[in-house]
Design a binder for this molecule. Structure first.
Ligand code: PRP
Ligand code: URA
Length: 209
């Protein structure tokens, strides 16, 4: 079974409190989401293997360590996942970026796919799927299935806020996927919004509504 890891670093928690605040403007919301994504990337990449290398410093030869040829693809779920890409690319600049377009149908609450473009060598890459919200889990479960159908095997899911229902759904359908979140909230409301959550992540990021 995949791990669920709650990233409780004080900087992440402090910024998440500001992100949740309904008085935070879209401009601030966007920069905070980017900053938290960068901090989370630090933890999500903790298990990357290192190899020993030798580096000539101005003084002497040093034994040092470098990441051992890891190929990474970041895959945001559109739209709201886009808000986390730039922060992560600051720490993993060589990552390729794939995109999956999904929206939740407001009536059925089921995810509807409208776009998918992956790096050509996606099979060989470690995938970090990113979306601020894991609510019913329908979008994440569908996105992971799309990526697996294209041959990728090593997939991690990174979200800001998860509902217990979403975590269970992902673990049930994709038990091999590790989940990284900044917070696990109480529950979903009757519209499948996370309570207390942060509202509609896409609307708050892009100022729609
Ligand atoms: C939000 C969010 C997730 C999804 C989570 O996207 O960014 O993708 O809902 O809900 P689920 O776990 O119940 O599937 P939304 O469908 O609102 O689309 P948007 O990002 O385009 O606003
Ligand atoms: N999508 C959001 O943007 N917010 C929620 O609370 C649930 C799904």
């Amino acid at each position: 079974m995949g791990n669920i890891c709650v990233l409780d670093h004080p900087l992440i928690q402090h910024k998440l409190a500001l992100i949740r605040d309904e008085n935070t403007s879209s401009k601030e919301f966007r920069s905070l989401v980017e900053e938290v994504a960068m901090l989370m990337a630090y933890e999500v990449t903790r298990d990357f293997p290192l190899e020993e290398v030798e580096v000539q410093t101005p003084v002497a030869l040093a034994k040092a360590k470098k990441i051992a040829g890891r190929k990474v693809a970041l895959v945001p779920i559109l739209r709201a996942g886009l808000g986390m890409v730039d922060g992560m690319l600051k720490l993993i600049p060589a990552a390729k970026v794939g995109h999956i377009g999904l929206y939740r149908d407001h009536e059925t609450l089921k995810p509807v796919e409208y776009y998918c473009k992956m790096p050509t060598d996606v099979k060989k890459r470690d995938i970090i799927l990113i979306d601020p919200m894991l609510a019913t889990g329908g979008s994440a479960v569908a996105a992971i299935s799309f990526i697996k159908n294209r041959g990728a095997k090593n997939i991690k899911l990174m979200c800001l806020i998860a509902a217990p229902e979403g975590i269970s759904a992902v673990r049930e359908s994709h038990p091999d996927v590790d989940i990284f979140v900044a917070a696990v909230d109480e529950r979903l409301n009757e519209h499948a919004y996370i309570v207390p959550g942060l509202g509609d992540a896409g609307d708050r990021l892009f100022g729609t509504k």
